[in-house]
Design a protein around this ligand. Structure first.
Ligand SMILES: *[C@@H]1O[C@H](CO)[C@@H](O)[C@H](O)[C@H]1NC(C)=O
Length: 245
């Protein structure tokens, strides 16, 4: 019992000692084994840990690797190599030994995964559907906002406001297609109306001429007929008279 208790105590003491030891390194130091060594500055990594007699030996990060904080690491971190235009990204700041590559969003894209001074992933601005207008143009951090057209107005999806329909009558034209929320009304020359007027005028003219002609013909026929009937009715008697004598 006492043996077991003392064992537990030893374990507790060892644990406390360990915590004390690991937290004993200074802010600019790192722990390696049972020693505290000075950290390497950003852009450098540990080449050789410090000894009782020598300080930490540091070397530069090379070959597209970096370390952006004071550290006790023996290898640098490979630079991010994916400012991929396919993902809407381009290089904003190339990699240096002390800083990773910084990507930024391409024109027409917005950032999905922003970093302190750049972006890790971007997406193309969405486009508005026909019948909608762009109520908020997309930025590098926000997507396009679309709104529906209402009333007598339309947008094909690429307008920043809905356009009112063309008023054909104010253009002295005839509407040949009514507008929709995604397309304008269509106007055409007032062919059918002017043709209708021409037809009406011509038709009325023809009728009037026909009536005048008919009346004239009837008058002409009536005139000679009545003139002729008298001599005709008389002529037989005259003829008979002359024939009789
Ligand atoms: C919308 O109309 C504009 C101007 O008429 C045109 O430039 C554009 O290509 C059209 N967009 C679509 C999506 O049809």
């Amino acid at each position: 019992m006492t043996q077991f208790q003392s064992l537990i105590w030893i374990m507790i003491i060892l644990t406390l000692l360990n915590i004390q030891l690991s937290s004993a390194c200074g802010k600019a130091e790192y722990r390696t084994g049972d020693k505290c060594c000075p950290m390497c500055s950003p852009g450098n990594r540990v080449h050789k840990h410090c000894t009782e007699f020598t300080s930490t030996s540091c070397v530069h990060c090379t070959d597209s690797t970096f370390l952006d904080e004071p550290n006790g690491l023996t290898a640098c971190i490979p630079c991010t190599n994916n400012c991929d235009p396919g993902f809407g990204l381009m290089v904003k700041k190339p990699c240096t030994p002390s800083s990773d590559t910084v990507c930024e969003t391409l024109e027409g894209f917005y950032c999905l995964d922003p970093t302190k001074d750049g972006c890790r992933a971007a997406q193309r601005h969405s486009s508005c559907k026909p019948g909608q207008y762009i109520s908020h143009t997309g930025t590098t951090s926000t997507d396009t906002v679309c709104s529906d057209c209402t009333g007598d107005a339309y947008s094909n999806g690429s307008f920043t406001s809905c356009q009112t329909y063309t008023q054909c009558d104010t253009l002295k034209l005839q509407q040949i297609k009514t507008g929709t929320h995604w397309s304008d009304s269509e106007c055409g020359p007032q062919t059918s109306l002017s043709m209708a007027i021409i037809y009406a005028v011509v038709g009325v003219g023809v009728v009037v001429l026909a009536v005048i002609a008919a009346v004239a013909i009837r008058r002409k026929r009536k005139g000679p007929i009545s003139e002729r009937t008298f001599p005709e009715t008389q002529s037989p008697t005259e003829v008979s008279v002359t024939e009789g004598t």
